[in-house]
Design a protein around this ligand. Structure first.
Ligand SMILES: [Zn+2]
Ligand SMILES: [Zn+2]
Length: 360
């Protein structure tokens, strides 16, 4: 009986510690520009309108400037923004909400703030408010980079890619990283006449992939856990950079962290940039700019396919009937359960041990 009680007590303590470790990761979440406030704290912004002065408004301005919604000549020399909810903020919010497919209110409502604190790609969103952006496709949601750059040369063609031997992570094996990227590249090559081949020669590969921390020399410093997840450059740069600070995952069954980010989803998105696509307004599209922790979104949406095919033409093996299967696959682009099954089992075991100890 003593052994049973001792075992139960030790089990209780162990599960308590494991659960504490698991739940503590939740507080790590933060964003690049909108600091780690609680949503309750954000409530004070919800009724803010033109003319309001609230401390913290400048963070939203900086965020909207960072991602291409406030003009670049606004106070960039000191990188400071006023705390006034002015007309420029209102129109930037309208453009942001329209671009992200949110309800257009011109206010810092809870849905807009929630989107702003969701981790996202560091590539600024192309806006459709300036007439100089002639690359904008008016009828579709997919967008090109200015000038519609693409990998030149006759199709079909082959591009090589390689992983930086120096700028890598050790929380996943190279084999896991390579497999995630191979699947991501194949999704794109299935629909366009481009083939991707991995190369061992990093310096000569056309697409160079690396995991970088903080300021890494290209003027687009990474920001630590969540916030900005990755960025890449338009054709024919070939640079694809991932934030080494993220908890990159290839299997949420093995990665319990609440801040785990699906490598394959981000890889597929960034390859879209490398090919010449900018951000889409279609929430289900791979080229939508944000991705929640533990969310998977790697299957190409029709919007992604139409965008990339308008740059490169169709893969001769791609059939238009594949579009309907793509459509049905969209429903599979959903977020997995917020808590992995193991944590549920652990919670049950915790309650059981609690019952065994205290029912005596
Ligand atoms: Zn992006
Ligand atoms: Zn970079």
């Amino acid at each position: 009986m003593l052994h049973r009680r001792t075992f139960s007590f030790l089990f209780f303590i162990t599960t308590t510690l494991v659960l504490m470790t698991f739940t503590s990761s939740h507080s790590l979440a933060h964003s690049i520009a909108i600091s780690s406030r609680s949503m309750a704290d954000m409530e004070r912004f919800s009724n803010a309108g033109r003319g309001s002065n609230i401390t913290g408004i400048s963070e939203f301005k900086r965020y909207l400037w960072r991602f291409g919604y406030l003009d670049h000549n606004v106070n960039t020399t000191c990188n400071c923004f006023s705390e006034e909810f002015d007309a420029m903020l209102e129109s930037a919010l309208v453009r942001y909400q329209r671009k992200l497919g949110l309800q257009v209110t011109g206010k810092l409502d809870s849905i807009t703030i929630s989107e702003m604190i969701t981790p996202r790609c560091g590539v600024p969103d192309s806006n459709d408010h300036t007439h100089t952006h002639t690359h904008m496709h008016s009828a579709k949601n997919f967008v090109y980079f200015p000038g519609k750059p693409r990998w030149s040369g006759p199709m079909p063609t082959t591009l090589t890619y390689a992983f930086s031997p120096e700028y890598t992570i050790h929380t996943l094996t190279l084999r896991q990283i390579r497999r995630a990227f191979r699947r991501a590249f194949t999704r794109w090559s299935n629909v366009i006449p481009l083939t991707f081949v991995e190369s061992d020669d990093y310096s000569f590969a056309e697409i160079k992939i690396g995991f970088y921390s903080g300021d890494h020399g290209d003027g687009e410093a990474f920001d630590g856990v969540l916030g900005v997840l990755a960025h890449s450059f338009s054709p024919e740069s070939g640079r694809l950079h991932l934030d080494a600070a993220e908890t990159w995952a290839v299997d949420f069954g093995e990665s319990w962290s609440e801040v785990a980010v699906d490598l394959e989803s981000v890889a597929t998105h960034e390859i879209g940039h490398v090919l010449g696509l900018s951000h889409s307004s279609v929430r289900e599209a791979v080229m939508y700019p944000s991705l929640r922790p533990r969310e998977k979104r790697y299957r190409l949406h029709i919007d992604d396919v139409m965008g990339v095919q308008s740059l490169y033409g169709s893969n001769p093996h791609f059939r238009s009937s594949d579009i309907s299967s793509l459509q049905s696959a969209i429903s599979a682009n959903h977020a997995p359960p917020r808590f992995p099954p193991f944590s549920i089992l652990l919670s049950c075991a915790y309650l059981l041990s609690f019952f065994i100890i205290f029912s005596r």
